[in-house]
Design a protein around this ligand. Structure first.
Ligand SMILES: Nc1ncnc2c1ncn2[C@@H]1O[C@H](COP(=O)(O)OP(=O)(O)O)[C@@H](O)[C@H]1O
Ligand SMILES: [Mg+2]
Length: 251
């Protein structure tokens, strides 16, 4: 099978004033279709830099990147943004929603940039995407009328509406409480079970265990790469959480 992501000896050096910051120092990694990879590692280890390169938001300083078998490491800005819009969905820690825009409009937005989609179909696809994340009843809500978990679900629907081959999520549960984090991981697990390839950054070890594979970064390199032996199930964790909450109420 052609890997979704195949990077070889990827480096990224940022020039800050007179100083070179070597954020990635040679990362080689393949991600196969249907994998759910958690990227971990201390702050500053290069996780976000890797996600930017994998997401075609930026170009590497050196090294190769094949996205679905296609060399994207030296594409120009226009081609990069086309690839990004068609093939990749992003979810960020801070949701990145527009303030005075309804959930439905946020999710329709990516379809305005890609290949032309008729208004009717745009509407229908956005509604379906919001229903898939359990927000079918919140189409007309603005971000300030939604909880953090609901806002992140709008962001997930927006990331998926163009049917990307790859979902990239950088600390998607970083601003969420425990229960909501489990719910969001449940959405990712469901999408992954349906075949979506996911790479998710987290510094929380228990969140990483919802994935199928954990890649740990350190100082801009891959320090370890291992399958998850006992995978967490969001459904089970949610049930345990409810039970525990109920017991605490009784006590
Ligand atoms: N746009 C940038 N300009 C300059 N330095 C950066 C930039 N982005 C990240 N860095 C630096 O690169 C290193 C890796 O950062 P980052 O990829 O954000 O790590 P992580 O996401 O693991 O915390 C850090 O030293 C950080 O300060
Ligand atoms: Mg980061």
């Amino acid at each position: 099978m052609t890997p979704v992501i195949s990077v070889h000896d990827l480096t990224k050096t940022y020039r800050v004033g007179e100083v070179d910051v070597r954020a990635l120092r040679g990362v080689s990694l393949d991600v196969q279709p249907g994998e759910f990879v958690a990227l971990t590692g201390p702050s500053g280890s290069g996780k976000s830099t890797f996600m930017h390169l994998a997401g075609c938001l930026d170009r590497p300083t050196s090294g190769a990147y094949l996205l679905n078998g296609r060399d994207v490491s030296s594409l120009g800005t226009r081609d990069l943004s086309r690839v990004r819009n068609r093939e990749i969905g992003f979810v960020f820690q801070g949701f990145n929603l527009l303030p005075r825009t309804t959930a439905l409009e946020q999710v329709e937005l990516p379809m305005l940039y890609g290949p032309a989609v008729a208004a009717m179909e745009r509407h229908a696809r956005a509604i379906a995407a919001l229903q898939a994340v359990g927000l079918g009843e919140r189409l007309d809500h603005h971000p300030n009328q939604l909880s953090g978990g609901q806002q992140q679900r709008v962001a997930i629907a927006r990331a998926l509406v163009n049917k990307p081959v790859l979902l990239l999520a950088d600390e998607p549960t970083g601003n969420l409480d425990t229960r909501t984090s489990i719910e969001v991981m449940g959405i990712f697990q469901k999408l992954n079970a349906e075949g979506l390839t996911i790479v998710l950054v987290t510094h929380e070890p228990d969140i990483a265990e919802y994935a199928t594979r954990i890649v740990a970064f350190r100082d801009g390199r891959v320090r370890s790469d291992r399958p998850v032996a006992v995978r967490r199930s969001a459904d089970t964790e949610l049930r345990n959480y409810e039970l525990q909450a109920a017991e605490e109420e009784v006590a």
